[in-house]
Write a protein of this length. Structure first.
Length: 222
């Protein structure tokens, strides 16, 4: 909820309570005292209208999820102000009535004012309670959103760390593959060399055996 709106709202509630008292007292006055009280009431009504205009401008600048609940309260305040305007007209009209009619009107006006004020305050309290619950739900949703955002950041950091680990493992495996390839080439070369050595040794042994056989044969035939 806007702090600016809350400030205007407190000012209006104080002004509304003050106007209600002045309207009640004005019904019991006559002559100059009544005119002076009416002048004060009219000035208070003008101040209330100015406050409502400021509240309306402030509400229209707020986000939609907050604006809707505050517009309901603003309509209640405008209705309350219209009741005060009607009460002013009734006070002015009461000046033309005789004493007995004025007394009856005073009693009826006081009863109507008290009833209207009680109903108005009840509606305002209900609206305030609804607004408080809405504000609490918004705060809870914002808290959940922040927790979800923190969890998402943590998961992204973990995934980034795992990606780095996989990249290092891939580089290590690539190095191992290179070493295995080199080792395989070395073993192949060694195998070929051993095979050549075997053939060479076999050929030498064969030549020696043939030479020995030839020598024995030559000696035996002589």
């Amino acid at each position: 909820m806007s702090r600016v709106f809350e400030g205007y709202e407190r000012q209006y509630c104080d002004l509304s309570a003050n106007l209600s008292k002045k309207c009640t007292s004005a019904l019991a006055l006559d002559g100059e005292q009544k005119k002076q009280k009416l002048s004060e009431i009219k000035s208070g009504v003008e101040d209330a209208e100015t406050l409502l205009k400021k509240m309306d401008l402030e509400v229209r600048s707020l986000p939609p999820n907050v604006k809707s609940s505050l517009l309901v309260k603003l309509r209640e305040y405008k209705s309350d102000l219209n009741n005060f305007k009607s009460e002013v007209k009734r006070i002015i009209t009461s000046g033309n009535l005789n004493a007995s009619a004025r007394d009856e009107l005073l009693e009826a006006g006081m009863a109507d004012t008290m009833t209207a004020s009680t109903d108005q305050r009840s509606r305002l309290m209900m609206s305030t309670d609804r607004l408080s619950r809405t504000t609490d739900r918004i705060k809870d949703s914002r808290k959940t959103m922040l927790q979800t955002e923190e969890l998402g950041v943590s998961i992204l950091q973990d995934l980034h760390g795992q990606r780095q680990s996989l990249l290092r493992a891939h580089e290590t495996l690539h190095g191992v593959d290179d070493n295995v390839g080199k080792s395989k080439k070395i073993l192949t070369a060694m195998t070929r060399r051993m095979n050549r050595n075997k053939w060479t040794i076999g050929a030498i042994i064969t030549v020696l055996v043939l030479a020995i056989i030839f020598i024995l044969y030559f000696k035996l035939t002589r």
